[in-house]
Design a protein around this ligand. Structure first.
Ligand code: UD1
Length: 431
């Protein structure tokens, strides 16, 4: 286990580069199980979750070689030996459930554990299963393990009751090799869905409409070798922009796709923060005065992302005003509030709403991270606070960010990592 010691109070200044997207990399790795030939994936960040996903596909018999210095992943899934990833791997990371659709579509069979419960809500997989069943899959669940079968999946019109990101990805991947045409209606339209569709199309799939409410997938006989570069991580970009804002700094964040950050940019402007689109790949954030309060409601894309709600709450905790934060995506995503309260914030939680009464200062304190985005929110709070903050359980941060502390230190932050001689074992993911 590790903890971070953060000495707060220095406004961040300079330029920082965003890495490739975690939430785009994980489904693309799962999707490579559909391909019959070597695949090269670039801009894959060196994260605990990426390493775990690589272990999942290796456990199936895929050959996978990751070069962290080049952020390049080579996968060859032409000769898989198993259709049953080990339970421990699947339970520790929800995204590993994304191999279900590919295995079922390509081999007609898969056995895997249901993803475990996790910190930010119950997160069922009913929509994934309903979609696959609509395409002809049969499944049984016993002892927390699902066994699914299908002679050959067939195209279908599938309406998702909720635009789930994971369900859209699983169904879209499965449909690439189904007979006939599949329509996913009320599909999730997150940029990571578009990136996955681009990857699949480059391997020979016929997907149109990704990023819109209805996605059409015409089934093909097979998917083949390809090369793909993962999109920049919009959540990491947002976290860096918010780091500048909470510390009253002036930072240019490079390697972003500004279109993906519109909801955050609009909200930041509402707080009086200066946000400049330097060019289509860089955003500059400057904050001099105390931010104003702003109400916030998380929504599926293009609404405000739930993955930035905790970090934005840190900014609101320092605002000159009262803000209402409503979390509509996950039912239990206020785990960061406890830490912020210890740091002198004034926040009252009632169900899925939090009323944030802004304070002039936050004060350093010992706090504990409960999941990846809570870790980010507390790190931001620590950088903005007076005094020293110790954040324990910080390994969560590395599930989603590579070398974030070093990059923040290059901007003037004072963050030190301390390790403990307790063997680290990844806990159930927050995402
Ligand atoms: C993905 C992201 C995560 C992000 C989330 C929402 C990855 C690896 N993770 O998670 O970072 O916070 O999207 O943008 O990409 N639900 C159901 N039934 C289902 C599936 C989902 O009820 O079958 C519910 C969930 O409980 C949750 C909501 O739908 O309340 C959103 O979940 P979903 O969009 O599926 O998120 P994930 O794909 O798990």
């Amino acid at each position: 286990m590790h903890e971070l010691m953060v000495r707060g109070g220095t406004p961040l200044r300079g330029t920082v580069k965003v890495k490739g997207s975690k939430n785009a990399s994980l489904p693309v790795i799962a999707a490579s199980m559909l391909t019959d030939g070597p695949v090269v994936i670039e801009e894959v960040p060196d994260l605990l979750d990426v390493r775990a996903m690589i272990e999942v596909v290796q456990s199936l018999g895929a050959r996978a070689g990751y070069d962290p210095s080049r952020e390049r992943l080579d996968i060859d899934a032409s000769a898989l030996k198993s259709l049953e990833p080990p339970t421990e791997l699947v339970q520790n990371m929800r995204a590993s459930f994304l191999v279900l659709g590919p295995l079922l579509a390509r081999f007609g069979k898969a056995t895997l554990a249901l993803p475990g419960g996790c910190a930010i809500g119950s997160r069922p997989v009913d929509l994934h299963l309903k979609g696959l069943a609509g395409m002809g899959a049969e499944y049984s669940i016993s002892g927390g393990v699902i066994e699914a079968r299908a002679d050959r999946l067939h195209g279908e019109r599938i309406y998702l009751d909720y635009p789930s990101v994971g369900a859209t990805e699983n169904i879209m991947m499965a449909a690439t090799l189904a007979s006939g045409t599949t329509y996913i209606e009320n599909a999730a339209s997150e940029p990571e869905i578009v990136d996955l569709a681009n990857f699949l199309n480059s391997a020979g799939a016929r997907i149109s409409g990704a990023g819109m409410k209805t996605i059409r997938i015409k089934g093909v006989e097979g998917l083949y070798s390809t090369r793909h570069s993962v999109i920049p991580d919009r959540i990491e970009a947002g976290t860096l922009l918010l780091s500048a804002a909470v510390t009253g700094g002036d930072v240019v964040v490079n390697n972003v796709l500004t279109d993906h950050l519109k909801p955050l940019m609009a909200k930041l402007k509402e707080t009086g923060t200066v946000v400049e689109e330097v060019d289509p790949a860089s955003i500059r954030v400057i904050r001099e005065d105390r931010p104003k309060g702003a109400d916030l409601k998380t929504m599926p894309y293009p609404g405000f992302p739930t993955d930035l709600q905790p970090q934005f709450m840190t900014l609101l905790a320092l605002s000159n005003g009262t803000s209402l934060v409503t979390e509509t995506v996950f039912e239990n995503r206020f785990m960061h509030v406890d830490g912020l309260l210890r740091m002198n914030a004034d926040i009252m939680v009632d169900g899925n709403r939090a009323v944030v009464q802004g304070k002039n200062t936050l004060r350093g304190a010992p706090v504990q991270a409960s999941d990846l985005r809570a870790a980010s929110a507390l790190l931001l709070a620590g950088m903005a606070a007076e005094g020293t903050t110790i954040i324990s359980n910080i390994d969560y941060l590395w599930r989603g960010h590579s070398c974030l502390e070093e990059r923040l230190n290059n901007l003037g932050a004072q963050i030190e990592c301390r390790a403990f001689p307790i063997s680290y074992r990844a806990e159930k993911t927050g995402e």
